[in-house]
Each structure stands twice: as structure tokens, then as C-alpha cells.
Design a binder for this molecule. Structure first.
Ligand code: HEC
Ligand code: HEC
Ligand code: HEC
Ligand code: HEC
Length: 463
């Protein structure tokens, strides 16, 4: 077990100085943006977009920020705006300590500046007794976390920079993946990376469990499943927990797997009640409840929203009451306004549009180019390697995941189904790649199968 890499840590610190204060030395601490981070919007949309394209970005946000969970879309558009199922709160009391639960519920942006969870307690009228009740109830949602032996930091570090994590998350500045030719330069990445400051609070065991089955913990599928072995998940978790010094505290397991609070039954009951009355259930499945027994969140339908309204969810300041506060960036706000204005003339998406928004939502573009859009960012290409010693000779294009244009012609609709639904056992077009094609929730793949498949063959999107 590698427990102390002081020399490496010192090298890392030196690099940080060189690179300036904006570069954080560990992927778990990468510098966050100061608004809810929606990767497909961040990469493909901006303040200079023309009105039509801006509205497209806004439609993406209406779904990804889960506006549609409270403001229901019309029946005709419901299929285009399925919304997002947020993190499962099952076992959350075994992942986060009471104080972290309290802070996150009170002000999610305080704990994770770029989180997509809005605050329901940011307004002037907030009642901290309600937060305490929610904390107590969340703290009671415990599950047994299996004890995992500590993984190896250095193996986790190599794995993290080789199998595809860096397509979406930050690389460690200055780290050179094994097999990279000596003369190859490593540039700093330009696109923002998906942050990790929430998982930074998880206990080691809980983090291993999350990595082994991310789709169970986070049904949104934004964090896909890499089919990690328990050993790989432990190595990755050890690396992610080690932080910039690459050292694990000796009592890591004891320090983080904390006992739950002593529950007060009245407080628990109040927290459970608030889960529905504060609209937490708009985004989170109700642990231990029959979801149908809870009243739907009360807010007006999407088509009735006045984008110019003061005091709604687009406000720059927290409004209080039942109105959530997102802390939107100006570009996000203009995109949402453009989308709400365009809503009355919006037609249900055709297969090409559904494919394009599906690829943005699930961030397939982090690894794949399609129609000239996306593909790995240039500065991240060095992290896409091969399992073969031949890394040195391989052309860049052979080291990258395949461009998806014409894919159904190459592998057929059946091949498509296999690689998307069961990437672990599907035949490989690039058997030597170290980067893995990850698995996504099956329910979200139909528009992608349909859009990538070729007409004329059996519809790959059909169940
Ligand atoms: C947790 C539920 C919830 C979510 C999620 C939510 N809203 Fe709201 N929103 C409300 C409530 C409640 C109101 C105030 C009552 C009303 O007007 O429906 C409101 C009001 C508004 C208003 C003012 C409406 C008017 O005509 O006065 C706008 C605009 C709005 N929301 C847009 C959005 C957008 C855009 C998002 C996503 C970024 C969003 N909302 C997410 C609950 C929600
Ligand atoms: C296609 C993009 C993508 C890839 C590839 C990816 N992730 Fe993620 N990951 C995400 C997104 C998006 C989230 C945030 C999910 C959410 O909001 O619930 C996330 C969340 C996480 C979290 C929790 C972060 C937090 O603070 O809440 C961890 C830990 C994590 N990923 C580790 C990994 C590791 C390790 C790998 C490689 C095996 C990996 N990810 C590959 C997109 C990706
Ligand atoms: C508009 C959707 C939305 C609403 C409403 C919402 N959440 Fe969340 N919540 C999320 C998302 C998305 C995440 C994942 C955040 C991230 O990784 O940045 C999350 C994460 C969490 C977490 C962290 C879970 C973990 O295991 O990491 C807790 C705790 C939580 N929410 C509690 C609540 C409570 C309590 C309420 C009601 C007061 C609530 N949420 C309302 C979207 C929402
Ligand atoms: C972390 C990087 C990564 C992400 C994210 C990713 N893929 Fe892949 N994908 C791969 C790799 C690597 C392969 C090549 C697998 C092989 O043949 O060895 C692949 C193969 C494929 C193929 C087969 C291509 C061919 O020519 O054989 C399809 C189709 C595909 N991916 C679609 C998707 C879709 C759709 C998404 C988003 C839902 C997605 N991928 C997300 C890495 C990724």
C-alpha cells in the first residue's frame, strides 16, 4: 500500500506555483464555476449565441436544472423534457455527517458552489428549525456500508487518468499518464470539469460503493458506470480521498464512518413531512415512501410562466417561500428566458434533435465527436491511451473513442444496441483502448439508439 508520497506532493506543490493560483492540485478540488454547472450548456452555449440557438441552450437547462419537475411541460412536449432524477437519498446518513447535511440543505451552493441543486432555504423567511428537522430525518436514512480495505493511491491515480474519468473530471495538473511519450506536451485543460466537492465529504467506504454502482446512487446517469472491479473502485477512492498531498490519514475509515445522531421521533416525523412540503420530492425519489401518496409540487405549468416575472426562480436574489434559488449565471438566465418565450411555437423534437440533446445531456461528447460536434477536448487527448505498449506509435485518432458518424453502417443496429446496453461484453471496435465505453441507464438510451441507428433496419430504439 502506498501511503506516503511526500516527494510527489512536493513536486505537485511546485507545479501549482508555476501554474498560478487558479489551478488546484487535485481533481477533487478543481476550481468550480460560480453557477449551476450543466456540462452541455457550459461547452456548447454562451452569451454570444443568436436567439434561436440561445433558446436551444435554454431548453437544455429547463430539463437539466429540473425546472420541469415543478413546472410541468405540456403533454405534447413531455417526452422531450423528462427531467432529471436527482441523487438517491437512500443511505445518505451514512455518506454525509449531520453538519454536512445541515449545510447542504440550508445552502447547497455553500457546500458545492456549482451544484445544480437549488436552495429552498436561502430566502429571508427561512426557518432553521425546518432545516434541523430535515437534517435529523436525512441522518436517519442510514444503510450498512461494507468495510473495504484501503486501495492503492498510485494505482488509482493511474487508472483515473487512463480509463476515461478525465473526459469529464479534472486531470491532476502536472501528472503524466503512464505510456505517454516523453516529448508529448501536456497543456492545462480549458473546458470546466465536473466538480467533486460533495463526494469529497463521503466516507471512504461510501465512495467505493458509489463508484461501484453510480447509477444506483445517481439515477440521472450523468455519472456513468465504468464497470469497475472492487479493487479498481478502492484504488480510485483512495486516490480521490487522498487529496493534494496524496496521503491518507491513518484512521481514515474510523474518522469518516461516523455514528448517526440519536433520533428524536418528533423531529424525524417533521423532517419527513417537510421533504414533501418543501418540494424535495420534485427531484428526489422519496425514500421509504409511496411516491404517489405525496402531492405533486404546486407551481404553475411551464407554458404559463412569465419569463419577465419578478420574484420567480429566475431572480438574482433568493425569494423565499416555495421558490427555489439557483444562483444562475447571466448567460443561463438569458437562455432560459429565450426558451420560455419560444415555448409556444416549440415542436416536439424530431429524431435528429432528440439525438443531439441526448448526447449533450449525457455528455457523450466528452468522448465522441458526431457531425463535427464535440469529441475530447484537445488538452485532454493525452489521457486517452491504449492498453498496448504501442501507445508511442499509435496515431491520436486511434487512441480516441470512435467518431460516431455512420456508426450504424459500421456495426449495425444490433451492434449499437450491444455497445450501449451492455458495453462490458459487447464486441469492441477498438480492443486496445484503455478508455472504456461506460454504461448509462437503459431508459435514457432510446433516443440515442434511434438517432444513431439506420432507418430501414429494425428500429433499435424499440423496446
Ligand atoms: C421545487 C419546485 C420548483 C423548481 C424546481 C422550479 N420552480 Fe420556478 N417556481 C416555483 C414556485 C413554487 C413558483 C412560484 C409560484 C408559481 O408562480 O408557480 C415559481 C415561479 C417561477 C417563475 C415566475 C412565474 C410567474 O409567472 O410569476 C418563473 C419564471 C420560474 N419559476 C421559472 C423556473 C425555472 C426557469 C426553473 C428552472 C431553472 C424553475 N422555475 C424551477 C417552483 C419551482
Ligand atoms: C461522461 C462524463 C463523466 C465521466 C466519464 C466520469 N464522470 Fe464522474 N461524474 C460525472 C457527473 C456529471 C457527475 C455529477 C453527477 C450529479 O450531478 O449527480 C459525476 C460525479 C462523480 C463523483 C461524485 C462527485 C460529487 O462531488 O458529487 C465522483 C466521485 C466521480 N464522478 C468519479 C468519477 C470517476 C472515478 C470516473 C472514472 C472512472 C468518472 N467519475 C467518470 C460525469 C462523469
Ligand atoms: C430541483 C431539484 C432538486 C430539489 C428541489 C432538491 N434537490 Fe437535493 N439534490 C438535487 C441534485 C441535482 C443533487 C446532486 C447535487 C450535486 O451533486 O451537485 C442533490 C443532492 C442532494 C443531497 C446530497 C446527497 C448525496 O448523497 O450526495 C441531499 C442531502 C439533498 N439533495 C437533499 C435535498 C432536500 C432535503 C431537498 C428539499 C429541501 C432537496 N434536496 C431538494 C436536486 C434537487
Ligand atoms: C469515457 C468516454 C466515453 C463516453 C463518455 C462515451 N463513450 Fe461511447 N465509446 C467509448 C469507447 C472507448 C468506445 C470504443 C469501445 C471499443 O470498441 O473498444 C466507445 C464506443 C461507442 C460506440 C460504438 C462505436 C464504434 O464505432 O464501434 C457507440 C455507438 C458509442 N460509444 C456511443 C456512446 C454514446 C451514445 C454515449 C453517451 C450516452 C457514449 N458513447 C459515451 C468511450 C465513451
Amino acid at each position: 500500500m502506498v501511503k506516503d508520497l511526500t516527494g510527489l506532493a512536493a513536486a505537485g506543490a511546485g507545479l501549482m506555483l508555476l501554474a498560478g493560483p487558479d489551478v488546484f492540485a487535485h481533481p477533487a478540488h478543481t476550481k468550480p464555476v460560480n453557477h449551476p454547472f450543466v456540462v452541455g450548456f457550459e461547452r456548447f452555449h454562451g452569451p454570444l449565441d443568436d436567439e434561436d440557438y440561445l433558446a436551444e441552450g435554454g431548453f437544455l437547462l429547463l430539463n437539466e436544472l429540473n425546472c420541469v419537475a415543478c413546472h410541468a411541460p405540456s403533454e405534447a412536449l413531455a417526452a422531450d423534457f423528462p427531467g432529471v432524477v436527482a441523487t438517491s437519498l437512500e443511505g445518505v446518513g451514512s455518506r454525509l455527517r449531520p453538519v454536512e447535511l445541515e449545510l447542504f440543505v440550508r445552502n447547497p451552493r455553500f457546500a458545492k458552489r456549482d451544484t445544480t441543486m437549488p436552495s429552498l432555504f436561502a430566502g429571508p423567511d427561512r426557518d432553521l428549525n425546518e432545516v434541523a428537522a430535515l437534517r435529523a430525518w436525512l441522518g436517519s436514512l442510514v444503510e450498512e456500508v461494507p468495510v473495504h480495505p484501503l486501495g492503492e493511491i498510485e494505482s488509482g491515480r493511474a487508472l483515473y487518468h487512463r480509463i476515461g474519468c478525465v473526459a469529464c473530471h479534472a486531470p491532476e495538473p502536472g501528472y503524466r499518464p503512464p505510456g505517454l511519450p516523453e516529448e508529448a506536451d501536456i497543456d492545462l485543460v480549458g473546458l470546466p470539469s465536473v466538480p467533486m466537492n460533495l463526494a469529497d465529504h463521503y466516507g471512504y467506504g461510501a465512495l467505493v460503493e458509489f463508484l461501484l454502482d453510480p447509477l444506483r446512487h445517481r439515477p440521472s446517469g450523468r455519472m456513468p458506470d465504468f464497470g469497475l472491479s472492487p479493487g479498481e473502485a478502492r484504488d480510485l477512492a483512495a486516490y480521490l480521498k487522498a487529496g493534494p498531498d496524496l496521503v491518507l490519514p491513518d484512521d481514515l475509515v474510523a474518522a469518516l464512518d461516523l455514528p448517526a445522531e440519536e433520533p428524536d421521533p418528533a423531529l424525524l416525523a417533521e423532517g419527513r413531512r417537510l421533504f414533501a412540503t418543501k418540494s424535495c420530492h420534485a427531484c428526489h425519489a422519496a425514500p421509504g415512501e409511496d411516491a404517489k401518496a405525496l402531492a405533486a409540487p404546486a407551481a404553475r405549468p411551464l407554458s404559463d410562466l412569465d419569463p419577465a416575472a419578478a420574484g420567480g426562480c429566475l431572480s438574482e436574489r433568493p425569494q423565499g417561500g416555495p421558490v427555489p434559488f439557483y444562483g444562475l449565471a447571466e448567460a443561463q438566465r438569458s437562455a432560459l428566458v429565450a426558451a420560455l418565450r419560444r415555448l409556444p411555437v416549440r415542436q416536439p423534437a424530431d429524431p435528429a434533435t432528440a439525438l443531439s440533446s441526448g448526447m449533450k445531456r449525457l455528455n457523450c461528447h466528452a468522448c465522441h465527436e458526431l457531425g463535427g460536434v464535440g469529441g475530447p477536448e484537445f488538452a485532454r487527448e493525452p489521457y486517452f491511451g491504449t492498453l498496448l505498449d504501442a501507445d508511442k506509435g499509435a496515431e491520436t485518432t486511434e487512441r480516441l473513442p470512435p467518431v460516431l458518424d455512420g456508426v450504424s453502417g459500421r456495426i449495425g443496429n444490433e451492434g449499437l444496441r450491444r455497445i450501449l446496453l451492455d458495453p462490458g461484453t459487447a464486441p469492441k471496435s477498438r480492443p486496445g483502448l484503455a478508455t472504456r465505453m461506460p454504461r448509462y441507464p437503459e431508459a435514457l438510451l432510446a433516443p440515442l439508439l434511434r438517432g444513431l441507428g439506420s432507418a430501414g433496419q429494425e428500429d433499435p430504439g424499440a423496446p
